[in-house]
Design a protein around this ligand. Sequence first.
Ligand code: GLU
Length: 289
Amino acid sequence: MPAAPEQPVLRFAPSPNGYLHIGHAYSALVNQRLARRLGGKLLLRIEDIDTGRCRPEYELAIYEDLAWLGVAWETPVMRQSERFPIYAAALEDLTARGLAYPCFCTRGDVSRALSDIPDWPADPDGVPHYPGVCRGMSALERQCRSAAGRRSAVRLDMRAALGGISGPLIWREYGESDAAQQIIADPAIWGDAIIGRRDVPASYHLAVAIDDAALGVTDVVRGMDLYHATSLHRLLQRLLLISPPAYRHHDILRDDHGAKLSKSARAKSIRALRAEGESAASIRRRLGF
Ligand code: GLU
């Protein structure tokens, strides 16, 4: 008998560092529509590794606003702040394999190291590639700095990581269509990216790669602003022996001035629109649902 086809699993993964706005509503609704069309389930993941900016009241607002909009998710809800030991173990593993290293540099150290270098490359977020100051540090020096209380981030050693994989690194991209394309990942555009922050043993990139696999996500539906991040996620998946989901990056809603809504001062929160008397049905209609 042929094996039963796996049930598609989708997830909406907001960060509780502010109230959801119309761009989040769009992403959640695209997820819900696709989950229904594929006969899949929709999960919710709270991406709260940024313990300084995330607040419980924003998390509660996520549940309330989504429910008000008519978005339903299956429980349990995954909360990343409860999973730090899992991310820390992955960081240790990558470091022990020589694919990642502790970095003691502050932002100021990095700018100083780059101050005389013209035309230095930057990553897709506009952050200059790390110049490698801490990459070749001896184990003894690392130990001394840690013992002296110097805190470190963890960076991926991009060259070592790329050297350690064989075969092409690709992902299946649907965009907003029904036809998949094979996209060749290009993780080198990120340089020696931070995969463990100085304050918490995780980064967005590491946590998302691990958690999409842990939840059995088959289709990642998220905004086009994360398209280039997928190259790094694919590399982390390969290094951590995780099988990749398909990706469906959707268009980003912009304000009248072309600014991404999340960055725009004009992005009204869903609860502000609701307080002004707009109904959930009207927001859904406005977004094409
Ligand atoms: N937490 C991210 C955000 O709120 C989304 C991450 C993802 O969907 O991969 O932008």
